[in-house]
Write a protein that binds this ligand. Structure first.
Ligand SMILES: O=P(O)(O)OC[C@H]1O[C@](O)(CO)[C@@H](O)[C@@H]1O
Length: 528
């Protein structure tokens, strides 16, 4: 579309509306409107969202809904679900919603649906065989340890899912390795028996340096333990969209679990890319996880913008980023099982929306992805919360917490109360006459998401909620959330440096800083 975001009529109306909202304390918004909570909360299944502690009124959200219409958000949403090639720079669809769609979804091609079902059935069968000890290693003993090797989207989502829900009775010990640093794999394998260890190499491209290096190291570890080359294939499974590359790398074709190029890396936890997590939570929980996401998909697809949770959270975020100029966003789950969520959302938000070109290649002159970070409450209260309360930068927060738990355990109750107290303290602040060091200004915005308990369904809903929020933001900012070209530069420069190490004479094209750092490396390792 030719219309630039800042030229939209609704954007201009928001610009006029902004000073009125900027100059009010959040406390006053509550004082002025007894209906505020009713009007600024939304329930979607088991998920309850309170966004009343935001510098918004009904007018703000109405204007954003108008903006969404002007920016043709409905048609973008339709294209997302229909599998149009909306990832324009890579000329492919972003059809992660198909991975959790109902069998009856008429908008999807029958072959797509049956391919998805087929891989899920194979994953289920692998789970069954592993559980009954039918999968054996080079000595004939049953597999007891599964190491999921992947990075980025092939790690963060699966790791989050496994850590959040991987409590099922299982005879398998499932672990995750991502880092190129040998310490990661070495420590993970320290107490594993090679003959009983299976590796899942999860990589969409099957070319990622970190994953391939750990794959090679795992092979060496097995060989050093007496595994003959002929038996190596028994210890490796690939989850990939590049079967040929996996086969060329030595994976048995029967051990390849497929996903497709229309599944973006950071949107791939719903596919075979999440195989390690699938084995950890079991097929039934995974099905519930998909069902939760499906529920959020339906809500996103069917609700008007004013009652559409992903859209509302996106509107609020755009309001914070582009009008209030807040550059960062903290994710604070008061739920130990969601301790990996900040890392997961860091990739989802920043790799998707950390862009500065419009979809048509034109530069933009508005801010995009806020720096997204966070930590689990209540630990976070004792690390970064001081800055949230009294620092010079305002950092909007998303809180989340379970409502139910063991009623006789006061720790559970105090956890929830701590969460509510923090969002209240950020909003209300407090003045201490004569003790300015204790003054907290308040007026610091947050959303609160509550749910009964962290079930597989709730987790699926939460992740799909943030996926769609990210998508709506991208449409308003007019960027493509589904590519990540910026990541490529660092990768190619690593390759360039590797060459420089091997042939030092040709390093003259390097900048002086990198050259001198490389020289120190050579001196330290004797690579000269
Ligand atoms: O699954 P692959 O192909 O190994 O890629 C891993 C990750 O690398 C990236 O391409 C860049 O970080 C991510 O988008 C992706 O999730």
């Amino acid at each position: 579309m030719n219309l630039r975001l800042t030229e939209a009529r609704a954007w201009q109306a928001l610009t006029e509306h902004f000073p009125e909202m900027r100059d009010q304390h959040l406390r006053n918004l509550f004082a002025a409107d007894p209906e505020r909570v009713r009007c600024h909360t939304l329930e979607v299944g088991p998920l309850y969202a309170d966004f009343s502690k935001q510098p918004i009124t009904a007018t703000t959200l109405d204007l954003f809904a108008r903006l969404a219409d002007e920016m043709e958000l409905s048609s973008a949403r339709k294209q997302l679900f229909n599998g149009a090639n909306i990832n324009v720079t890579e000329n492919r669809a972003a059809l992660h919603t198909a991975l959790r769609a109902a069998d009856t979804d008429a908008s999807l091609a029958a072959e797509t649906q049956s391919a998805i079902r087929h891989e899920l059935a194979r994953m289920t069968d692998l789970h069954r065989r592993l559980t009954i000890g039918q999968v054996t290693g080079f000595s004939g003993q049953a597999i007891s340890h599964v190491i999921h090797i992947g990075i980025g989207g092939s790690d963060l989502g699966p790791r989050l899912l496994a850590e959040a829900l991987g409590t099922q009775q299982t005879n398998l010990d499932i672990r995750f390795v991502a880092n190129l640093d040998p310490a990661d794999l070495e420590r993970t394998l320290a107490d594993c028996a090679p003959a009983r260890t299976l590796f899942i190499i999860s990589s969409k491209s099957f070319t990622t340096l970190e994953t391939r290096s750990n794959f090679d190291a795992a092979r060496r570890w097995l060989q050093a333990a007496g595994c003959h080359d002929a038996d190596l294939q028994r210890h490796f499974i690939a989850a990939t969209a590049s079967s040929d590359t996996a086969i060329a790398a030595g994976i048995d074709a029967n051990n390849i679990y497929r996903f497709w190029d229309w599944v973006g890396g950071r949107y791939s936890v719903w596919s075979a890319a999440g195989l390690g997590a699938f084995l950890a939570v079991g097929p039934a929980s995974f099905e519930q996880f998909l069902a939760g996401a499906r529920r959020m998909d339906q809500h996103f697809r069917d609700s008007d913008w004013r009652h559409n949770l992903p859209a509302l959270l996106a509107f609020i975020s755009v309001w914070q980023v582009n009008f209030f100029n807040y550059g960062s966003h903290a994710i604070v789950p008061y739920d130990q099982r969601l301790s990996r969520l900040p890392d997961y959302l860091c990739q989802l938000v920043m790799e998707s929306n950390g862009k500065s070109l419009r979809q048509d290649g034109q530069p933009i002159d508005w801010q995009t992805a806020p720096v997204t970070w966070g930590g689990v409450g209540s630990n976070a209260q004792h690390s970064f919360f001081q800055a949230l309360h009294q620092g010079t930068r305002v950092v909007p927060v998303d809180f989340m917490a379970p409502l139910a738990g063991d009623a006789s355990d006061t720790r559970q109750r105090n956890l929830l109360l701590s969460c509510l107290a923090q969002s209240r303290a950020l909003m209300c602040g407090q003045h201490h006459p004569g003790e300015p060091q204790r003054d907290c200004p308040g007026n610091r915005p947050s959303n609160t998401l509550l749910y009964p308990q962290l079930s597989a369904e709730v987790l699926g809903m939460l992740l799909a909620l943030y996926e769609h929020k990210t998508f709506v933001q991208a449409q308003l900012w007019q960027i493509n959330p589904f590519d990540q070209w910026g990541v490529e530069l660092g990768k190619s420069m690593t390759r360039e440096l590797a060459q420089q190490v091997e042939t030092p004479a040709s390093n003259t094209s390097l900048d002086a800083s990198t050259r001198s750092l490389l020289e120190r490396y050579r001196a330290a390792t004797g690579a000269e």
